[in-house]
Write a protein that binds this ligand. Sequence first.
Ligand code: ADP
Length: 562
Amino acid sequence: QFPFGRRLPCDIYWHGVSFHDNDIFSGQVNKFPGMTEMVRKITLSRAVRTMQDLFPLEYNFYPRSWILPEEFPLFVAEVRMMKDSDPSWKPTFIVKPDGGCQGDGIYLIKDPSDIRLTGSIQSRPAVVQEYICKPLLVDKLKFDIRLYVLLKSLEPLEIYIAKDGLSRFCTEPYQEPTLKNLHQVFMHLTNYSLNIHSGNFIHSDSVNTGSKRTFSSILCRLSSRGADVKKLWSDIISLVIKTIIALTPELKVYYQSDIPAGKPGPTCFQILGFDILLMKNLKPMLLEVNANPSMRIEHEQELSPGVFENVPSPVDEEVKVAVIRDTLRLVDPHKKKRKDIHNCIVFCRDSLLRVVSVFCIIWGMKDKQHKHHSLKLSLKLKFYLKLGSCQTLEHVSEASEELLDAGRADRPEYEASRSPEAGLPSLCLKQVFPKYAKQFNYLRLVDRVAALFIRFLGVKGTTKLGPTGFRTFIRNCKLSNSNFSMASVDILYIDITRRWNSTGIDHKESGMCLQAFVEAFFCLAQKKYKSLPLHEQVASLIDFCEYHLAALDEKRLVCGRG
Ligand code: ADP
């Protein structure tokens, strides 16, 4: 902790709330610039909606949402239309103020006319969302899941999910919403911060009882009832990856603005809290993403009226300590240093000495088959060392690693004395991306649109595109023609930019924000490739732009050489 200011550069900076320190030029920071803004209710809803427009089926894990006040007329019209087409539909909606947390300001309504439009909504925008009326119940109670996700890197995308999470319970038995029970927060809202004030809240020392339990204890219970928990996990992993894919395009814009490429700066990672609700049919639904999830492992206990004491909370400890420990293990700067030193030793010809010592290890091996395999490996290594060329040095490194691994496998106690991690439990954070990249890469279209946007931003440090940047984009990508003149390009730019800037999200800079650019891009794609589905139109236009830009780069390179 640096209460009076930091003096020395650090390996890892652990910020309490958000990325805000402009004086960091190296190391790693535990927050991404712009993440807090990105996971606010309105921004998250917008980002997911863009993906829903492209891939409606893949993104049906987020309840239908409208942004208030601007989409209030749309909300009224759509609900009326749905009711007309299905008179048996009796929906409930949940209204959540933007930027709110811990259930603050949330209320349920049965009809759009019940929205409290007076006063506060104008000053405090909100999201109104379809309420999930049939959640999965355990012990007759509604609960949600808090899962911890490590976004280890944005470029390349690297995501880890904690194997266990928390389940937070309501404290009144659940009933489907009726006009009579709409206001009963202990029945409908699972927030810990609310339910803790209910007389029914149960603090438990066990991880599988009480008002806060581990998610694994719920999975055990579901599995004993015959539920397909493997499928549930794979649905959850897919929900997490898809959500992060929806967030990355804008995060990249923030990132290049705060940490411009080519200039010294830190790299970032961040632990996110995903709030997920399971429906009765076990379908996971995303409620929200928390950029600054609580890592408290204690809770307050009232000893006598008005006298509180902090006591350990075993459930929180079980889940959260593992998340922090593994995050530090994964971003450990010494791990990289150790690896570099190790490679250095191997690259050096003197590593023949090492070979000798490895021979000694092999000599002492107990398992015969192991011994034989290791001897073969070591001969291969000697051969490479004799050749001694640069290329073969890489083989030396690989062969030596393999050899050392063989030695460690035979003698676990040898490994324990060498690796500082050897005594730690196995990782609770499981890599899901790039591990499952092949299944999800086709969804990353907006990421590619954002790459085009960033290319034309021009002066580094901005997040909005000026009219000249937009014109250059059109020209370089060869998008204007006799049907689409440069005058129409300017009109498109002005129309869309004005509309987005009037939504009042960000007044700091003038110009076209990424979402406005995405809208313009979709518009151009629809114009150019009329009969295809939207995602194919967009993909075709991206290919077209990337092709022309690559050709331009090639031309410039040749000219430069000339
Ligand atoms: P906050 O950030 O204020 O906690 P959330 O979006 O997490 O806001 O909502 C608070 C609680 O309301 C959730 O924990 C959940 O229990 C309930 N909730 C939120 N959205 C829905 C929904 N669409 N359907 C059913 N319950 C919901």
